[in-house]
Write a protein that binds this ligand. Structure first.
Ligand code: UT7
Length: 328
């Protein structure tokens, strides 16, 4: 049994924050942000809504597209670093909003590689024959964990969600072909939220010291991301004996245009073989890949039978790639 992506959807909030807006907030400028990252604007969710709001909207788009009812869903996996609450899992709030009565579910924290980890995990439930319809969602409300006074992080991130429906297929040629995933805890201190966990629970002091916001040593993460994402993207292609001519497109995690370009170059891809939307949304963490995938599908840039490589790098460090043949 193989796993295919049977539908894909996304949601982005209406409110935009442009590079110009940041010029009023911190010591930065449009030129620095554009040349260093490729980002022009990002979306921001209302203060009174959580990640599950976006996740459920993206999932509803998938249900409408695939014409299946919420009751048919067996499992919901939500990749996120910004759960609605620490407990329970955001999957529970998504289940409630979808009114999906016959499923179980859980959250998965794989940082910016979260969607890729969730897709790899979800596909195993299909391949074993245990489940028929698995919703895999990548969703993050990054604005809830960003310090808008810290120019080194605040310009980078935005809010969004993307979702796919996984189903079994007997067609040997289609669906998930292979994945390679890595985890290296030596990277843990370079991209983190220092407090709010069991090691350093929330206190007046942790709040006063801004320890509940994202901290990133950008230069170190950049160095590892460039080599990690480029290598693993090329590795999955070579391992499966595919060349740059066989690949329709790379759908990379959208953290920095320079990281994406390095991966595309290592794979020998032309610019038109890379799906890029970072200028519109910035880094939406677990949401970047399903969001880019959904837009590419809507724009008919990917079609049935196309070989697609997905790759990501993020907190952990965690990184990886996944190869699939598009099935819809
Ligand atoms: O998605 C999860 C994984 N995350 C990533 O993949 C992100 C990886 N890192 C990056 O994308 C890049 O490192 C950044 C975009 C975060 C930063 O770009 P950089 O070229 O690595 O810049 P830098 O951190 O080396 O900083 C260069 C200079 C510094 O000034 P000094 O020390 O040279 O005087 C920064 O203080 O740019 C300064 N700077 C800024 N200037 C204007 C940092 N942020 C800003 C800003 N506006 N927003």
């Amino acid at each position: 049994m193989r796993t295919i992506i049977a539908g894909v959807g996304h949601f982005v909030p209406d409110r935009k924050l442009s590079n110009k807006d940041f010029e009023e907030m911190v010591d930065t400028n449009d030129e620095w942000i554009t040349t260093r990252t490729g980002i022009k604007e990002r979306r921001i969710l209302d203060k009174n809504k959580g990640t599950s709001h976006m996740a459920a909207k993206a999932a509803k788009m998938v249900l409408k597209q695939t014409q299946i009812s919420a009751d048919e869903i067996d499992l919901i996996i939500v990749a996120t670093v910004t759960p609605d609450r620490p407990v329970p899992a955001t999957a529970a709030f998504v289940q409630k909003q979808l009114n999906a009565k016959n499923c179980w579910g859980y959250d998965l924290n794989g940082g910016c590689t979260g969607f890729l980890c969730a897709l790899a995990t979800g596909s195993q439930f299909i391949e074993t024959g245990r489940h028929q319809k698995v919703l895999v969602i990548g969703a993050d409300k990054m604005s809830s964990i960003i310090n808008y006074k810290d120019r080194t992080t605040c310009v980078l991130f935005g809010d969004a969600a993307g979702a796919v429906l996984l189903e079994p297929s007997n067609d040997d040629g289609l669906g998930v072909e292979d994945f390679i995933l890595h985890l290296d805890g030596l990277g843990a201190d370079y991209l983190e939220i220092p407090a709010g966990g069991s090691l350093q629970p929330a206190s007046r002091e942790t709040v006063a010291q801004n320890l509940h916001f994202v901290y990133q040593d950008g230069r170190t993460v950049f160095k590892h991301a460039v080599s990690g994402m480029a290598e693993v993207s090329a590795e999955i292609m070579e391992k499966n004996k595919l060349t740059n001519k066989d690949i329709k497109c790379l759908i990379p995690h959208q953290a920095n245009l320079r990281i994406i370009d390095a991966a595309a170059k290592r794979m020998g891809l032309n610019p038109d073989q890379v799906v890029i939307n970072i200028s519109k949304y910035g880094n939406t963490t677990a949401a970047t890949i399903p969001l880019a995938m959904s837009e590419a599908y809507q724009e008919r840039k990917i079609r049935k039978g196309d070989w697609i490589v997905i790759s990501a790098f993020g907190a952990g460090f965690t990184w990886g790639s996944l190869l699939l043949k598009w099935a819809i």
